[in-house]
Design a protein around this ligand. Structure first.
Ligand code: HEM
Length: 397
C-alpha cells in the first residue's frame, strides 16, 4: 500500500468516467502544482500529471512496464500494447506491416472518397448530428476496410466499438454486461473473418497479413489475432472521431478560425496538430512499476500502477505557452496525444492523414457549416477514451 504525504484533493477520481467527462482542467492544474505524483486512494493508482514526468515514465519501460495492462483496473490482455520489448517489438513489427508509409499514403484516395460520400449525405440533410451522422463513420470505415469487415456490417461495427469503449470504463454493471455480450458477438464475427483469410488470403487487409505472419517460426494464436484486431478497432475508430468532432467544435465556436482554414487550406496540417493536443481523446494509459521508485518525494512501490494523464500533460504550462488557448498556428507543438516511447501510436500517420483529408474536404464543401443551439455539447463518461457524443450543426444559410 502506497505511503504518501502529498495534499489530497477530493475532486480527483481517476477511475471515474465522470471525472473525464467534465474536463477536469482545473483539477489537473492543481495536481501538477501540488502533487504531480498523486496517489488516488479510492482508485488505488498513481496519477502522473506533468508533461516531463510522463515522458520520463514512457521512455523507461524497464522501470514502468506495460505487462500489467494499460487500463487501471483490468489485467493484461493478449494484445501488443500489453507487452514489453523484446516481445512487444516483434509483435509491433508484424502489425506495422499494415502501416508502412507507402500503405498509409496509398489510402488517401479512398479516405477522400469516404469523406465526399459523407458530405453528400450531410448536404442533402441540411441539419445533422456532426458526430453520429458524419464524423464517426470515416475512421470506422477506414479501420473496417483494414480488418476485412463487410461494408454491409459497418453500422454493427460502430455499435460494437462504442459499447466496448464504454464497457472499458467498467464501473456500471449494466454497461459491463453489455460490453461482455458485445465482445461475444465481435469474437464470433471476427473468428469467421480469420477463418476466411486463412483459407483465402487477400493482399489488401491487415487480417490476411496477421493470419499468415510468423514470429520466431510461430503463427499468432486465434486469441492473439482477436485481441490485436480489437486493439486496432478501438484504437483506430474512437480516437480519430473525437479529434474530428472536438476540433470542429472549437473551429465553429470561433468561426473566424474555421474561415481561416477555408481561406487557406495549407494551414490545416498545423491546425490538426492543435486539435490533437486540444482534444487528446485517449485520456490516459497505465504502467506498472517493476521496482520501488521515487518521484517528487513519493515512493511508488513495485507492482503499483501509474496513470499517465496525457490530457493534463497537453495542458501543462511548463511545456506549452498559453496552453488553455486553442491556437491553430501553434508552433512548436510537441503534444503527446499519441503517447511517447516504444508504444508511440502505431496509427499516428493514418490518423493524421484522415484528419487532414477530412478537414480539407469539409473546408471545401461545407464552408457555411455552423453550430445549432447553445450550451456545451454532451460528452461521454469514460475513464479511457472520451469526447463529444452529439453535435447538432447546420448548413442552412
Ligand atoms: C487521433 C487518433 C489517435 C490517437 C490520439 C491515438 C493515441 C494513442 C496513444 C496515446 C497510444 C500510446 C499508448 C501507450 O503509450 O501506452 C496509442 C497506441 C496505439 N495506437 Fe493509437 N491513437 C490514434 C489513432 C490510432 C489509429 C488510427 C490506429 C490504428 C488503426 C491506432 C493504433 C494504435 C496501436 C496499435 C497502438 C499500440 C502501439 C504499441 O503498443 O506499440 N491508433 N495510440
Amino acid at each position: 500500500m502506497a505511503q504518501t504525504d502529498h495534499p489530497i484533493n477530493p475532486d480527483v477520481e481517476l477511475i471515474e468516467g465522470t471525472f473525464y467527462e467534465r474536463e477536469p482542467f482545473d483539477t489537473y492544474r492543481w495536481m501538477r502544482d501540488n502533487a504531480p505524483a498523486y496517489w488516488d486512494e479510492p482508485s488505488g493508482i498513481w496519477g502522473i500529471s506533468r508533461y516531463n514526468d510522463i515522458l520520463k515514465v514512457a521512455k523507461d519501460p524497464e522501470t514502468f512496464s506495460n505487462t500489467g495492462g494499460i487500463r487501471p483496473a483490468t489485467p493484461p490482455l493478449p494484445h501488443l500494447i500489453d507487452l514489453d520489448d523484446p516481445e512487444h517489438k516483434k509483435r509491433r513489427g508484424l502489425v506495422n506491416k499494415g502501416f508502412t508509409v507507402r500503405q498509409v499514403q496509398a489510402r488517401e484516395p479512398r479516405i477522400r472518397e469516404i469523406c465526399r460520400g459523407l458530405i453528400d449525405k450531410a448536404v442533402s440533410k441540411g441539419e445533422f448530428d456532426f458526430v453520429m451522422d458524419f464524423a464517426a463513420w470515416l475512421p470506422l470505415i477506414v479501420i473496417g476496410d483494414m480488418l476485412g469487415i463487410d461494408p454491409a456490417d459497418h453500422a454493427t461495427l460502430l455499435r460494437w466499438s462504442d459499447e466496448l469503449v464504454c464497457g472499458a470504463s467498467a464501473n456500471d454493471p449494466v454497461q459491463m454486461e453489455k460490453a461482455a455480450l458485445t465482445m461475444f458477438e465481435y469474437t464470433d464475427y471476427e473468428q469467421k473473418v480469420i477463418a476466411d483469410r486463412r483459407a483465402r488470403p487477400r493482399q489488401d487487409d491487415l487480417i490476411s497479413i496477421l493470419v499468415h505472419a510468423e514470429i520466431d517460426g510461430k503463427k499468432l494464436s486465434e486469441e492473439q489475432l482477436l485481441y490485436e484486431s480489437l486493439l486496432l478497432l478501438v484504437g483506430g475508430d474512437e480516437t480519430t472521431r473525437h479529434v474530428i468532432v472536438g476540433g470542429m467544435y472549437e473551429l465553429l465556436r470561433k468561426p473566424e478560425l474555421f474561415a481561416a482554414l477555408v481561406e487557406d487550406q495549407s494551414r490545416i496540417p498545423m491546425a490538426v496538430e492543435e486539435m490533437l493536443r486540444w482534444v487528446t481523446p485517449i485520456k490516459n494509459m497505465a504502467r506498472t512499476a517493476t521496482r520501488d521508485v521515487e518521484l517528487h518525494g513519493q515512493t511508488i512501490e513495485e507492482g503499483e500502477k501509474l496513470l499517465l494523464l496525457y490530457d493534463s500533460a497537453n495542458r501543462d504550462e511548463r511545456a506549452f505557452e498559453r496552453p488553455m488557448d486553442f491556437n491553430i498556428g501553434r508552433h512548436p507543438n510537441e503534444h503527446i496525444a499519441f503517447g511517447w516511447g516504444p508504444h508511440f501510436c502505431l496509427g499516428a500517420s493514418l490518423a493524421r492523414l484522415e484528419l487532414r483529408v477530412m478537414f480539407e474536404e469539409v473546408a471545401r464543401a461545407m464552408p457555411g457549416l455552423r453550430l445549432v443551439g447553445d450550451g456545451p455539447p454532451p460528452r461521454r463518461p469514460s475513464n479511457f477514451i472520451t469526447g463529444i457524443t452529439h453535435l447538432p450543426v447546420s448548413l442552412a444559410a
